[in-house]
Every structure is written in structure tokens, then in C-alpha cells.
Design a binder for this molecule. Sequence first.
Ligand code: H2B
Length: 97
Amino acid sequence: MAIAELTETERNAALAELAGWSLSREGKAIERTFTFTDFSEAFAFMTRAALLAEKADHHPEWFNVYNRVEVTLTTHDAGGVSQRDVAMAKAMDALVA
Ligand SMILES: C[C@H](O)[C@H](O)[C@H]1CNC2=NC(N)=NC(=O)C2=N1
């Protein structure tokens, strides 16, 4: 079952509710940088997020160095940002709330 890319209006509405997230890759992805106290905290976050991602079958692109995790979410199957990215962004935010 194909998943749809959000329209520009839908994307902007979703972003307005996602504090800390912004558009990247010319509107085809969203990104946020998470900062923790140390590597252990950053990696604990990545471990929790990885389990959620596996469950949702929706996987982040990310880069980690020490206490920083840069996350990019996009839906390859949709060729851009979909509801799955928004859901994953919210789930990641909830991990640090
Ligand atoms: C076959 C499998 O369901 C797909 O490849 C899934 C897996 N994880 C995914 N993750 C992300 N971020 N985008 C996708 O389009 C995607 N597709």
C-alpha cells in the first residue's frame, strides 16, 4: 500500500506543531538535532528510537557524535515527507519530553 507525500499545506501545518523540526532537502525531509548531556544519554535515545522505528517499519537517517544526534526523516516510498515522518518525529520528541 503506497504512502502519500504530504502536500505543502499539510507539511507546513505538521511542522508548525513540531517544535525544533525544520524542513530539509528542499522540502523532501524534516530534521532535528537532539543534544544530550553525554554519549551514554545520546545512545540510550538512539536505542529507544531504534526499537520504535523497527516496530513502525519506518527508519531514521541519523548522525551521532558524542552527545549530539542529528535526525533526518523522509519516506522513500513517497518521495518526500509523509505522515509516517510526522508520527516518528512525535515519537522521538516524546522520548525526550
Ligand atoms: C520494505 C519496507 O517496508 C520499506 O523499505 C520501508 C522501511 N523503512 C522506511 N523508512 C523510511 N524512513 N522511509 C521508507 O520509505 C521506509 N520504507
